[in-house]
Design a protein around this ligand. Structure first.
Ligand SMILES: Nc1ncnc2c1ncn2[C@@H]1O[C@H](COP(=O)(O)OP(=O)(O)OP(=O)(O)O)[C@@H](O)[C@H]1O
Length: 308
C-alpha cells in the first residue's frame, strides 16, 4: 500500500532522507521510529504529497506521490506533528468545516460527524469550543479530522507526543480500533516501546537512513544479532544447561532457578532441534519461548546517540 524506492530528500546540502526503501502492506501498522531529526516528518510529508522528494519515488496505493498527488490525497489521512485548530469553532463545527473541504454533502455530515466523535471518544464534547479541550482531546479531534473522507491510509506523525499516560492509552486504543477497521497506518514516534504494542512492523531511522526493519516481535533479536530463548523446566534446569551450552549457535546460556536462558544465533529449524533434544533426553520442559527483547535497549543500541 505504501512503497518508497531510494527516497531521498535534501534541504540544501543537508541530507534529511537518504535512499529510503519502505514497503508497507495493506492493513498493516508500521511504526516509524527514530530520534529527533532522523527524517521521519520529512518522509511522512513526502508521502502526504506536501513535499517533493529530491530523488527516488514514493507510492501510495500504487500512485506516485509526485505524479498523482490528487489520487494519493483521496487515499490518505495525514496528521502532522503540529497542527493548528480553529479555536472559535465547536468540535462539530470544526469537523463540519473539514467535511465541507472534502465535498461531503451537507445532509450526510451530521451522522458522519457523530460517528467520528464517537470513534475518538469526544461525543460528550460535540458542542464544546475547541480551545476548551485538553491537549489529548485536541489530538483526538485532529485524528477525527483526518478521517472525514474515510481514507484507507493514515499517516500519523507523533500522534501521542505531549500526551499524559492516560491520553496516550486512549490514543492507542483508538488506533487499535482503526487497525481493526482495516486501515493501513504509518505512525511515527521517538518512543519505541510505545509503538511496539500496536505495530506489526517497526522501522528504525537515523540520519535519514533505515537502520533496522523487522516484524515487531523480531526487531529486538535482529538488532541484537541473537534471539533469547526462555526454557522453563519443572526441575533439572542445570542438566538442561549442560546439554545445550556447547551447541553451535548458542552464544550464551544461563540458569535462573528453573529457567534456562539461551542466546541463540541459529534459525527456527535449529530452535526446534534444540527443544527436541531436551525433550528426547527426558527433561521436563514446561514451556519454550522466544523473548520479545527489551525494545528500549534495542533503540538505544541502534541509535547510539549519533543523531542526538
Ligand atoms: N525545511 C527545512 N529546512 C532545512 N532543514 C530541515 C527542514 N525541515 C527539516 N530539516 C532538517 O532535516 C532533518 C530531519 O527532520 P525531520 O523533521 O524530518 O526529522 P524527524 O525525525 O521528524 O524529527 P522529530 O522527531 O524531531 O520531529 C533535521 O535535521 C531537520 O533539522
Amino acid at each position: 500500500m505504501i512503497r518508497t524506492v531510494n527516497l531521498t530528500k535534501r534541504y540544501g546540502k543537508f541530507l534529511a532522507v537518504n535512499q529510503l526503501n519502505l514497503h508497507i502492506e495493506q492493513g498493516s501498522v508500521f511504526g516509524f521510529v527514530g530520534p529527533n531529526g532522523a527524517g521521519k516528518s520529512t518522509t511522512m510529508s513526502i508521502l502526504a504529497t506536501l513535499m517533493e522528494p529530491t530523488s527516488g519515488h514514493a507510492y501510495v496505493g500504487g500512485f506516485d506521490v509526485t505524479k498523482d498527488p490528487d489520487k494519493v490525497r483521496q487515499l490518505i489521512g495525514y496528521m502532522p506533528d503540529f497542527f493548528g485548530v480553529y479555536d472559535n469553532l465547536t468540535a462539530v463545527e470544526y469537523l463540519d468545516f473539514y467535511a465541507g473541504a472534502y465535498d461531503i454533502p451537507k445532509e450526510k455530515r451530521p451522522a458522519l460527524i457523530q460517528d467520528l466523535l464517537e470513534l475518538v471518544n469526544l461525543s460528550m464534547k460535540a458542542d464544546a469550543y475547541v480551545d476548551t479541550l485538553s491537549r489529548g482531546m485536541k489530538q483526538r479531534l485532529g485524528l477525527a479530522r483526518c478521517l472525514v473522507h474515510d481514507p484507507q491510509v493514515l499517516i500519523l506523525d507523533e500522534p501521542a507526543s505531549g500526551l499524559d499516560p492516560r491520553a496516550r492509552i486512549e490514543m492507542k486504543d483508538i488506533l487499535k480500533e482503526l487497525k481493526a477497521m482495516g486501515k493501513t497506518i504509518i505512525i511515527s514516534s521517538h518512543i519505541l516501546p510505545e509503538l511496539a504494542e500496536m505495530c506489526d512492523t517497526i522501522g528504525i531511522i537515523e540520519q535519514g537512513q533505515l537502520i533496522a526493519l523487522a516484524p515487531v516481535d523480531q526487531i529486538a533479536s535482529r538488532v541484537a544479532g541473537h534471539r533469547v530463548l526462555r526454557v522453563k523446566l519443572l526441575e533439572r534446569a542445570q542438566e538442561a544447561y549442560d546439554q545445550v551450552h556447547y551447541l553451535e549457535h548458542v552464544t550464551n546460556a544461563d540458569v535462573q532457578e528453573n529457567t534456562l536462558l539461551i542466546h541463540y544465533t541459529g534459525d527456527e529449524a535449529g530452535q526446534v532441534a534444540l527443544l527436541s533434544k531436551l525433550v528426547q533426553n527426558g527433561l521436563p520442559v514446561l514451556s519454550f519461548a522466544e523473548e520479545a527483547g527489551n525494545l528500549e535497549e534495542v533503540f538505544l543500541t541502534v541509535t547510539k546517540g549519533v543523531g542526538s
